[in-house]
Design a protein around this ligand. Structure first.
Ligand code: NI
Length: 159
């Protein structure tokens, strides 16, 4: 366990109120716990981005209008081109026009990012976001902390 250091933070009152409200909503024990989690997430984010050859796993979430030209076909074609990186898909018909799609992606960091950029950048895709994580062993190896970045909640326990 590394040494714990205390430090002071100057912050606008309103910003802190917003933070406290968020912490309560998310169920953090205190500000320190929430701040540690935020910092770990930011460090991992940068670390993952800086390693193009890292093995990553993630989700790509997209919202699009399937009536938009041949968008549905183009997205399916793109996904089939990368069938070895897209390991699962979930499609939800939000309403008569809109579709929500969640893809589980796995592979080299740079390849996953490229596939994600291509899909999100396809004309007609309204929203898209990629969230990636490395395996816990890699995260633990590079940064000394007690809990995996990929888990923002306690591990479920089996009785
Ligand atoms: Ni649909």
């Amino acid at each position: 366990m590394s040494k714990i250091v205390r430090f002071g933070v100057s912050i606008e009152e309103e910003l802190l109120e917003g933070f406290d409200a968020l912490i309560e909503k998310k169920g953090y024990a205190n500000r320190s716990e929430a701040l540690r989690n935020l910092i770990r997430g930011m460090l991992l984010d940068v670390e993952v981005r800086e390693q193009p050859d890292a093995e990553v796993v993630g989700t790509l979430t997209m919202v699009y209008d399937h009536d938009h030209g041949d968008l549905s076909n183009r997205l399916v074609d793109l996904q089939h081109q990368h069938h070895d990186r897209i390991i699962s898909t979930l499609h939800v018909h939000i309403d008569e026009h809109s579709c929500l799609e969640v893809l589980i992606v796995r592979g080299r960091n740079d390849e996953v990012q490229q596939i994600s950029d291509a899909l999100i950048g396809t004309r007609g895709v309204q929203q898209g976001k990629l969230i990636i994580s490395t395996s816990e062993s890699l995260a633990h190896h590079h940064l000394d902390h007690g809990h995996g970045f990929s888990h923002e909640h306690p591990h479920p326990t089996r009785d």
